[in-house]
Write a protein of this length. Structure first.
Length: 80
């Protein structure tokens, strides 16, 4: 049984009991994503960490083992 079929059964049962039907599947997905993001930011602040952190920065620090990575020199000159 997929989500639409389950929604149809739940709507039928709600109608039989005179209740409001449940929301459509997927209707509140983005609200849940925002709530999870806000909770992670809150937990970070409570732990004394910066509230916002970009994924690239986090991945760079993970793969460089905490060393600060410097951007490559694209000036075209050799290091010699």
């Amino acid at each position: 049984m997929d989500a639409i079929q389950q929604h149809m059964i739940d709507s039928y049962r709600a109608a039989q009991h005179g209740e409001l039907p449940p929301p459509l599947p997927g209707r509140h997905d983005w609200a849940v994503v925002r709530d999870v993001r806000d909770r992670r930011r809150f937990d970070a602040v409570m732990a004394g960490l910066p509230a916002r952190r970009r994924w690239r920065t986090a991945l760079r620090e993970l793969f460089t083992h905490g060393q600060h990575a410097t951007p490559p020199d694209n000036s075209g000159r050799s290091g010699a």
